[in-house]
Design a protein around this ligand. Structure first.
Ligand code: OGA
Ligand code: FE
Length: 309
């Protein structure tokens, strides 16, 4: 330790958290103790309906000749967001449509660079995690995964738009699409779609994920959006802003933590059900306290059809 250092710490004491983090970063290149934590207010990007009243859509790949990629807009809303760190167990799939699992053993997959390797090494771990942590689940079909990086030009970036990946219609379609032979039978029982999300370069310093409790989302604030693939059309949901929606995040999310994001639960549609919606609005956001020089988040989400009583 040099004699200059205590002086610098004293001087830094009066600075804002982000300025202090910068001093720390310049001193020893370590930002991990400067991860923004606690409740704050952030700007979220909500759905704005198409001006001409037409049905909202977006193209998954390049839009056909001259058509816009999407025909709906967005607008920013300032919302309070609550850090659930230390209170993770208060949130459940049936009440909130999100859930945190901590202390997950290290994955057999290390690089997360090759899709086949991810399927071979990581998928079985995700399947087991779901069976262990989703009450009543007895069968899992993993149908997709997405790796996101914050670096410019990355194939997939964090999504800064409040959304839900599936609707009632597309969730049912998914079962037919992936398990055509068994669909009719499986659709008689309980079926859910759950994304298993984790950081790859945790603890997350920048571009964290926010999620609103399903219990605070009203059905009338869900807007179906046609999700046009080259060969078929799925459906996602945009969200109309409503101050009743209560937002959460998990500060400094770690590589051994998993966030379950439930997009659909057939049980939520039964009369007298205990399931409060079973669909969680979510979005990446910029935390205004994130210091300059913080490392952008990298993550993987695996999407699962989950069956069982
Ligand atoms: C998801 C999702 C966005 C992000 O996992 O479904 O929308 O920024 N993720 O990670
Ligand atoms: Fe999503």
């Amino acid at each position: 330790m040099t004699t200059a250092q205590p002086l610098q710490v004293t001087a830094a004491h009066n600075l804002s958290q982000s300025a202090r983090a910068e001093v720390e970063y310049q001193t020893n290149g370590d930002l991990s103790s400067f991860i923004p934590r606690g409740d704050t207010t952030v700007t979220l990007n909500y759905f704005r309906p198409p001006e001409d009243g037409s049905a909202p859509h977006n193209y998954v790949e390049k839009a056909p000749n001259g058509q816009p990629q999407r025909n709906f807009g967005d607008f920013d809303v300032q919302v309070p967001i609550h850090d659930i760190r230390g209170h993770e167990s208060e949130y459940t799939l049936d009440k909130d449509a999100f859930q945190v699992v901590s202390d997950v053993p290290e994955s057999a997959e290390h690089d997360f660079a090759d899709d086949e390797s991810i399927k071979k090494n990581y998928y079985p771990e995700v399947e087991k995690l779901i069976l262990d942590h989703v009450p009543g689940s007895n069968r899992v079909f993993l149908f997709d995964h997405t790796i996101r990086r914050s670096t410019p030009g990355a194939p997939r970036a964090p999504v800064t738009r409040v959304h839900i990946d599936q609707t009632v219609k597309s969730a049912t379609q998914r079962v037919h699409h992936h398990l055509p032979e068994e669909a009719e039978r499986l659709l008689q029982g309980r079926y859910r779609i759950i994304n298993i999300w984790r950081p790859l370069n945790g603890p997350v310093q920048a571009n964290p994920l926010g999620f609103a409790s399903s219990s605070t989302l009203k059905d009338e604030d869900l807007i179906p959006i046609e999700h046009r693939y080259p060969d078929r059309t799925g459906e996602t949901a945009g969200i109309r802003y409503n101050p009743a929606q209560k937002w959460h995040y998990l500060s400094g999310m770690k590589n051994n933590e998993r966030l379950f994001l439930e997009c659909f639960d057939s049980e939520a549609r039964k009369p007298g059900t205990k399931v409060l919606g079973g669909r969680v609005p979510h979005t990446a956001f910029q935390d205004p306290r994130t210091p300059k020089g913080a490392v952008g988040r990298e993550s993987i989400e695996v999407r699962a059809l989950v069956f069982g009583p």
